[in-house]
Design a protein around this ligand. Structure first.
Ligand SMILES: [Fe+2]
Length: 259
């Protein structure tokens, strides 16, 4: 177990930096926050994420009905395993300085995720064709740490369409892609970004070859999220046999790695 963080987890923001960060986040639905974090915090996340992947990773290869059958092909460490086996990540999730910074950017209070199976998710893209296909999140905010990323040419780039909304019964993903500009981001090893997950349609570009891209996702809810009910069984990260999931393991083994 690595040492705990000795100082603050993140930097203190002045009012003008906060205003600009909040405005950029509101406009694009995403904000790189790498420079706002203590490098010691980033190192701790990297060590813990790699340890958890070594000990608890599970492979997923499926398509999800609630996102028009876009693909999920990667290894994961589900939320409960992260919470149970990393005190450091659990403490960071509740860190007052980190939350204050994120709330200043978001412009509202961040609440702990009401679903224990969605607080955390570690994913590792590792094989040619691996992708986290187009999707939204159930809750408003995610802080994504990127401990490891391949060179830009390999893929795994994040693509976003901000200010959209998720109708699980009729997602219309291709309509959104056709009707809106898509912004593409490269995040290198050690980067982190805040994402407005419920209204930013996003995906990773499939790998063109075997490589490694690791992320840790921390999810928080806005007050409005706490008033909603979540009934659809599409929690593929928690259970590969979720009702909305269709296995594509056979396709993957035969090299059919299209989107
Ligand atoms: Fe996502």
């Amino acid at each position: 177990m690595p040492a705990q963080i000795s100082g603050a987890t993140c930097v203190a923001l002045d009012p003008e930096t906060t205003r600009r960060a909040a405005q950029e986040f509101r406009r694009f639905g995403i904000l790189r926050v790498t420079n706002l974090l203590n490098p010691e915090t980033t190192s701790l996340v990297r060590a813990e994420t790699n340890r958890l992947l070594e000990q608890h990773s599970e492979r997923r290869d499926l398509r999800l009905a609630t996102t028009d059958f876009t693909r999920r092909s990667m290894s994961v460490v589900p939320s409960e395993k992260v919470a149970a086996h990393s005190d450091a990540i659990s403490m960071l999730y509740q860190d007052a300085d980190l939350l204050a910074m994120l709330e200043a950017i978001a412009g509202e209070k961040l609440h702990p995720c009401p679903k224990k199976d969605e607080e955390f998710l570690i994913t590792r893209h590792e094989r040619k064709g691996d992708t986290h296909g187009w999707h939204w999140g159930d809750f408003s905010y995610a802080l994504i740490w990127v401990p490891e990323a391949p060179p830009i040419e390999v893929g795994g780039l994040l693509q976003c369409i901000a200010h959209t909304s998720w109708n699980k019964a009729d997602p219309k993903i291709n309509q959104y892609i056709v009707e809106n500009p898509i912004t593409t981001y490269y995040f290198a090893s050690g980067d982190a970004y805040l994402l407005r997950t419920d209204t930013t349609l996003h995906r990773t570009i499939p790998f063109r070859e075997d490589a490694v891209r690791v992320i840790l996702n921390m999810t928080w809810a806005a007050a409005r999220d706490l008033r909603r009910t979540y009934t659809t069984d599409d929690r593929w990260w928690d259970n590969a046999d979720a009702t909305a999931a269709v296995s594509v393991r056979g396709d993957v083994n035969q090299g059919k790695n299209d989107d």
